[in-house]
Ligand binder design. Structure first.
Ligand code: NDP
Length: 338
């Protein structure tokens, strides 16, 4: 059983050498009486939050990974053998599994069965129809309180979460601008994902001036995926009664970035609402989300861009690439197709 394990807790930006491949032994059977089931992992998700689990810090909402153990993350897998009456061989599941070829799963609390559908790639269950898509949905509808015609700004806009936020905002009748880190991503935002405008933040010497160019009358909603300097510039450009959904701060994921926020004072005179959120607090909305996004996807009103890397051995590099913007769209690892 090929596995990717965490070698040691990570300091600063994650590196490929913080992880290593190992060959573990696994019985290709679910032990009788265990209530567990054995899966073959097909698609694994690389998500920025996993960086937080690579440090030895217990005060977070989720515990650290265990060194020398397979990394845990969202995946799509097929059940091969089962001692759990609710999961049968041949079933497909989506949820927390391991960065390995086969996993024995005991904890089903974060798992759901998925129905294969020829019109939807299975891998979308870790992207568009999985945790990142759900994050976009709850972040936009629950935190941003959007109104038709409002002006919306999304950072890391071509990523797993951002690309759906922008499309939901367009479907809601908003004006939407995204920022991303390359001209290829900017092109995708404007020509494939339907954003009204997009810009490459790496080419802007002055982020405040860039936002003033795209939002001469100000921003009603900022969906923040990055924190740092972009958040600081957005604060200066918010309209009165604007909302900032603090989804993540990927620019701070090395935990060594000194970027401080200077413009928080804007919250007061502009009566801005700024709220962090965790998608996991809204799981009761998951069925509604699935219905909404699946329907729009099938009608061709939503598209989704994936960055698919083949082979478990390429998972560490793909993961590390998230923090320098190597991924174009949702980063997925294909371990096996079936
Ligand atoms: P993405 O697919 O967007 O990948 C990460 C992207 O972040 C990179 O492609 C890169 O895009 C951008 N990035 C990396 N480093 C920096 C930097 N220093 N400054 C600015 N941008 C940077 O990831 P996701 O869509 O999966 O996640 C987006 C955000 O949402 C993350 O902050 C994540 O932690 C958060 N999140 C929050 C959840 C919640 O419940 N609150 C749940 C899921 C995700 P580019 O080339 O454009 O720079």
């Amino acid at each position: 059983n090929k596995q990717v394990v965490l070698k040691r807790y990570v300091e600063g930006a994650p590196k490929v050498t913080d992880m290593e491949m190992k060959i573990g032994k696994i019985e290709l059977k679910a032990p009788k009486g265990s209530g567990a089931f054995l899966v073959k992992n097909l698609y694994l998700s690389c998500d920025p939050y996993m960086r937080g689990r690579m440090r030895n810090f217990h005060g977070s909402y989720i515990p650290p990974f265990l060194p020398a153990q397979p990394i845990e993350g969202f995946g799509v897998a097929k059940v091969l053998d089962s001692d759990n009456p609710n999961f049968k061989p041949g079933d497909f599941i989506s949820g927390i599994t391991g960065w390995e070829e086969y996993s024995l799963i005991h904890d089903t609390s974060q798992l759901r069965k998925i129905q294969p559908d020829d019109s939807i790639p299975l891998s979308y269950h870790v992207g568009l129809l999985g945790m990142p898509g759900f994050t976009a949905y709850v972040g936009f509808y629950e935190i941003c309180s959007p109104e038709k015609g409002e002006h919306v700004f999304v950072s890391a806009a071509s990523g797993a979460v951002g690309q759906l936020v922008g499309q939901l905002a367009k479907l809601h009748g908003c004006y939407v601008v995204g920022s991303a880190g390359s001209s290829q991503k900017v092109d995708l935002l404007k020509n494939k994902l339907g954003f009204d405008e997009a810009f490459n933040y790496k080419e802007e010497a002055d982020l405040d001036a860039a936002l003033k160019r795209y939002f001469p009358q100000g921003i009603d909603i900022y969906f923040d995926n990055v924190g740092g300097d972009m958040l600081d510039a957005a604060l200066l450009n918010m309209r009165d009664h604007g909302r900032i959904a603090v989804c993540g701060m990927v620019s701070l994921h090395s935990f060594s970035d000194p970027n401080g926020i200077h413009n928080l004072f804007c919250l007061v005179p502009k009566r801005i609402k700024m709220q962090g959120f965790l998608q996991s607090d809204y799981l009761h909305k998951f069925p509604l989300f699935l219905e909404h996004v699946t329907e729009n996807y099938k009608q061709g009103k939503i598209v989704y861009i994936e960055d698919m890397n083949e082979g478990l051995e390429n998972a560490p590099a793909a993961f590390v690439g998230l923090f320098s913007g190597k991924n174009i769209g949702k980063q997925v690892i294909c371990v096996a197709r079936e």
